[in-house]
Design a protein. Structure first.
Lengths: 88, 494
């Protein structure tokens, strides 16, 4: 099963999500916002973003296509394709 | 009197946890043969929490707050990144792939999967042996954590060895009485309990010191360097290499790696994947911030004690402090048991049966596993008495040891050209090198090899690169053996 080219966008997306879970741009910054150092808020927000994007990845069918399986809910599949993640 | 109360609560809770495990085991009515098959039906919540249970260890409850107390709250960033994000990505790349392969071919352990793919009992035994080797310091870590926790809670009245012995006794009892099954739902109950209790503790302590802003203010007054991101212990090298080695290491932990085979469906893995960063954050924020805030509190942390019990003792009633410590110890006990049980399946399936006694009866195998677990836990207890490092140091050593397995496994999963010789070279050489580094620190008669280079970069990271280079390089130089079968790892088409 060929994967659509837009699935490849997930690779740099994941790389970015991992890389910037560490608040590198705030290196050395010591501002306190709402009771906590601002870089802790960056991290909390970033992990929230990760959860949202991870769930999109899992639901878009890219999860299955990434392993060479039929996409579960991708638009390019016209019906019939059960969730590919279940027992093959 | 409060001392008696605290100890009563701790022992009582541990006994209760033991009884719950026992009842769960009796109710589940599984026989030795269908243990693994029964496990293949694990659903989302239970999968999520049994995996989560690995986080519920002394490394998180005691080691993490201790490091945040000593060096600053950046530990939250390191652990959140590696566990919440990088591990989640590996969960997909390694875990889901292993689930697909295991589901087709009925594998139960990592060694079994690799041994079958490459037609090599030697590789199977090597992977199992390496896994058991690094499981040892991680079990030892739980004993060290328990020992230090009781020192902190009782102001040193209960000696370090007493706490370590207590948890060892319960670990062995749990395995022998509750049988050779990790009962995943006790992990779930413990996980939910600890998650709630850590938040209650955080709210209690924070309101006692006048709110989050006041706690942070006091922390910054005592340790102005805690406010700015990075610096001190937290060099770029430390952050990057700790995050990478631990995240890759976690995927190769026997009880985690085995979970990749046992999910009921791919949907289960998917749902757990998306929930993971949130769950991780929920545990780490209160636990590590309490440790960091303690730097600004008027508490006196005795030498060799954990900071969290000391803080709880100061700001919460004795019964609550004891309950948190008891809960933490019980969670550590049940996660050590999952580790010991997975370890014992590695031992019997991948070492004892294929190498020592192929015709052993199921009953004999079960006994070998039980005795093996007891001996393993006792040896780890003996080693824990020497306290070879801080909780974080011992834990990182174990994680790094497992991490060295990860890249050869990724090669095997994704690159058909990988050969048996490539795998053996890629696993064996970095392990020997890392073992030399670790043992040189323990043995007095040889010069200690450096663990970190260039300001905080862990040598294990270099050895991970070496493991990948050797696997790929040697595979290219050698021909696939006739016994190997790359199609075993195919997941699409029939």
């Amino acid at each position: 099963m060929k994967r659509p080219r837009r699935d490849l966008v997930w690779i740099p997306t994941f790389a970015l999500l991992v890389a910037f879970a560490v608040p590198w741009p705030l290196w050395g910054v010591d501002r306190v916002v709402a009771g906590l150092p601002v870089w802790i808020w960056w991290h909390v927000a970033w992990l929230g973003l990760c959860a949202v994007l991870f769930s999109r990845f899992a639901r878009s069918g890219a999860w299955e296509r990434g392993m060479g399986l039929r996409g579960g809910t991708g638009e390019d599949r016209s019906g019939g394709a059960a969730a590919g993640g279940d027992r093959p | 009197m409060t001392l008696g109360l605290s100890l009563g609560i701790i022992v009582g809770y541990l006994v209760l946890a033991l009884l719950v495990g026992l009842v769960a085991y009796r109710v589940s009515e599984t026989t030795a043969e269908d243990y693994y098959l029964a496990s293949r039906s694990i659903g989302t919540v239970v999968l999520l929490f049994t995996t989560f249970a690995t986080l519920l260890s002394a490394f998180t409850f005691f080691g993490g707050p201790n490091l945040a107390f000593a060096a600053g709250p950046e530990w939250l960033i390191v652990m959140g990144t590696l566990d919440g994000v990088l591990f989640a990505v590996l969960w997909y790349a390694i875990g889901y792939k292993q689930w697909l392969i295991g589901n087709r071919n009925g594998y139960v352990t990592l060694g079994e999967m690799l041994g079958d793919r490459f037609g090599s009992t030697g590789l199977r035994a090597l992977v199992a042996g390496v896994s058991l080797l690094w499981l040892f310091p991680y079990v030892m870590l739980q004993q060290m954590g328990a020992g230090e926790a009781l020192v902190g809670l009782t102001d040193g009245v209960v000696p370090y060895w007493g706490g370590a012995a207590l948890i060892t006794a319960f670990m062995i009892l749990y395995v022998v009485l509750a049988g050779m099954r990790g009962v995943a739902w006790t992990d779930t109950i413990q996980g939910l309990f600890m998650l709630s209790v850590v938040w209650i503790a955080a709210v209690w302590v924070v309101s006692a010191v006048g709110g989050v802003g006041a706690a942070t203010g006091a922390m910054l007054e005592a340790r102005p360097d805690f406010g700015s991101f990075g610096g001190g212990t937290y060099s770029v090298g430390f952050i990057v290499s700790t995050a990478i080695t631990i995240a890759f290491g976690v995927t190769m932990f026997p009880q985690i790696n085995q979970r990749f085979f046992v999910a009921k469906s791919g949907e289960t893995l998917k749902r757990s994947f998306a929930l993971w960063p949130v769950l991780v954050l929920l545990l780490f924020v209160p636990a590590f911030m309490l440790g960091a805030w303690a730097a600004g509190m008027p508490v006196d942390v005795p030498e060799g004690a954990n900071v969290l019990p000391v803080v709880l003792n100061e700001y919460t009633p004795a019964w609550f402090a004891a309950l948190v410590i008891a809960g933490a110890m019980a969670a550590m006990m049940s996660s050590s048991d999952s580790m010991l049980l997975s370890g014992s399946s590695y031992f019997t399936r991948d070492l004892y049966r294929p190498v020592v006694n192929a015709d052993a009866s199921a009953e004999r195998e079960a006994w070998v596993a039980r005795i093996g677990v007891a001996a393993f836990a006792l040896l780890a207890f003996a080693a824990s008495l020497f306290r070879p490092g801080t909780l974080i140091e011992v834990g990182s050593t174990a994680f790094s040891g497992f991490a060295l397995l990860a890249l050869p496994v990724v090669c095997a999963l994704y690159w058909e050209r990988t050969t048996r010789t490539g795998m053996i070279a890629g696993v064996l050489v970095p392990q020997l090198a890392y073992l030399a580094v670790v043992l040189s620190a323990v043995a007095g008669f040889v010069p200690t090899l450096p663990r970190t280079v260039f300001g905080g970069w862990d040598v294990a990271l270099g050895l991970m690169a070496l493991s990948a280079a050797l696997t790929v390089g040697v595979s290219l130089l050698t021909a696939p053996t006739a016994e190997g079968d790359a199609s075993r790892f195919a997941v699409a088409g029939d």
